[in-house]
Design a protein. Structure first.
Length: 202
């Protein structure tokens, strides 16, 4: 997966609690076998009206937020089913960071395993960031996983928490397969030892 160390980007706000994975990527678009191509279907039922026209009232259809790569959302983001397509669609659309007061556990874990950084802040910090993003869609936020900070346009640095293991994997671009392959030499040695005793590794 793509490593994450530092990122600078503009933010967009979807100020709703309990945004579930079927709202993030509706079930009818889960037929692809690749991890890519889901971005065009992100929040599809909110972006597109029933008649196929674009919903002008949904924030992601506002041209002023085109290219925003940081999503600020409400509580319990990513609840519902455990589909891994949810972080895939956010990443494919261009988001690298999601900020919320809380996340559903499975979504949080899936995000970390796919290179999407979920960041938890308290309501006061999030309200501050929402106000900045609303007032100036061009405002840039700097996210540092190295320092575990988000720096606001005025230079204020807000610290966030993330587990050491997840942070290590993100900084080094390691998913579960990549993490396993760090031990390739030891695995090969073990397999050779099995062969010596006539045991075939599965």
């Amino acid at each position: 997966m793509q490593a994450f160390t530092e990122h600078r980007g503009r933010a967009v706000v979807i100020d709703r609690p309990n945004i579930d994975t079927d709202q993030i990527i509706p079930k009818q678009f889960l037929k692809r076998i690749e991890r890519t191509g889901y971005g065009e279907f992100l929040f599809y039922d909110w972006r597109i009206n029933a008649d196929g026209s674009v919903n002008p009232d949904f924030v992601l259809n506002d041209r002023r937020v085109d290219g925003a790569s940081i999503l600020i959302a409400g509580e319990n983001f990513g609840c519902g089913s455990s589909r891994e397509h949810a972080p895939w669609s956010l990443l494919d659309f261009g988001f690298r960071v999601v900020i919320a007061p809380s996340f559903a556990d499975i979504f949080y874990g899936n995000s970390l395993k796919n290179g999407l950084l979920p960041v938890v802040f308290g309501h006061s910090e999030i309200d501050q960031m929402k106000m900045i993003a609303h007032d100036d869609p061009e405002a840039t936020f700097a996210v540092s996983l190295l320092d575990k900070t988000i720096t606001l346009p005025d230079g204020t640095a807000l610290e966030f928490e993330i587990g050491d293991f997840s942070r290590y994997c993100l900084i080094n671009g390691l998913d579960e397969i990549g993490l396993t392959m760090e031990h390739e030499a030891a695995i090969a040695t073990y397999e050779r030892s099995l062969a010596y005793y006539g045991v075939r590794a599965i």
